[in-house]
Design a protein around this ligand. Structure first.
Ligand SMILES: C[S@@+](CC[C@H](N)C(=O)[O-])C[C@H]1O[C@@H](n2cnc3c(N)ncnc32)[C@H](O)[C@@H]1O
Length: 246
């Protein structure tokens, strides 16, 4: 997948987008990342990308001209039309489901905001506005990295095992069950016997129950539209201290 990022801080991407899984995804050619400096599309001595807001108010606003020029120029660098994503708190909230959807595109282009955000007219360029959560960052760069990271690990061939994303939190609709590795006993804390039993049926049932209990306790909202069997509902009721009639 080709991924372009337009930012006024291209160097912010150097290490996070070169190390570990993302570095491997790039080495393998699964992720073809291009980071562009928005200031390359300014035409004044100071390479200005912001200006005062009409109507007054605090802070500065990102000027539309470099945004339009850069998105058009970067888009035309490859025959594949990109899916253009503006990072903004005033956007759809990013989820694992959206990561899965974005992983199906051949090309993504992210535009990172700074200051008080974008001139509203720049959104004409956007196919999508994405927020990574209900809080305000100083810029879109960290948000873009979060989205690229979540998407890149879903691309074919990036993770070691093709299955390793299947049981994960949110992918199943539940939070993940607890995981353990050696030693079996650490500072008087035991790995549950069932996980050492070799009985795959019991292990799967145990993990499912743990996932249901953890989700019911920590993220009951995830269970709102989640279909469960009668037995699973009784596990949820038990975890929440409800009698089955409640
Ligand atoms: C200081 S923020 C602007 C906030 C804007 N004035 C508002 O109240 O919605 C500057 C830039 O950071 C990025 N940003 C901040 N919070 C974000 C979030 N939760 N998700 C995605 N991008 C975010 C956006 O690119 C935004 O243009």
């Amino acid at each position: 997948m080709r991924t372009d990022i337009i930012t006024i801080f291209p160097q912010m991407f150097d290490t996070p987008m070169s190390e570990a899984m993302i570095g491997i995804a790039r080495e393998k050619g699964a992720l073809d990342l291009h980071v562009h400096d928005l200031r390359d599309w300014t035409h004044d001595r100071h390479r200005t990308t912001d200006d005062e807001p009409y109507g007054g108010g605090p802070g500065m606003v990102m000027k539309p001209e470099p945004l339009f020029e850069s998105v058009r120029a970067v888009s035309s660098q490859d025959p594949v039309e990109p899916h253009v994503i503006f990072l903004t708190p005033v956007g759809e909230t990013f989820t694992q489901g959206l990561a899965e959807e974005l992983a199906t595109y051949d090309r993504l282009l992210f535009v990172c905001g700074r200051y008080e955000g974008f001139d509203e007219r720049a959104y004409e360029l956007a196919d999508r506005r994405l927020s990574i959560g209900d809080y305000v960052l100083t810029g879109g760069e960290l948000a873009a990295m979060v989205v690229v990271d979540a998407v890149a690990r879903l691309l074919p061939g990036v993770l070691g095992h093709e299955n390793s994303t299947q049981d994960e939190s949110f992918t199943t609709g539940l939070l993940e069950y607890p995981q353990y590795t050696r030693p079996a006993v650490f500072e008087d804390m035991n790995v549950p016997d069932v996980l050492r039993s070799g009985d795959h049926g019991r292990i799967a049932a145990y993990r499912r129950e743990c996932a249901l209990r953890t989700t019911a306790r920590l993220r009951p909202d995830l269970l709102m539209n989640f279909e469960v069997t009668e037995h699973e509902q009784s596990i949820i009721d038990d975890e929440l201290g409800r009698s089955p009639r409640d």
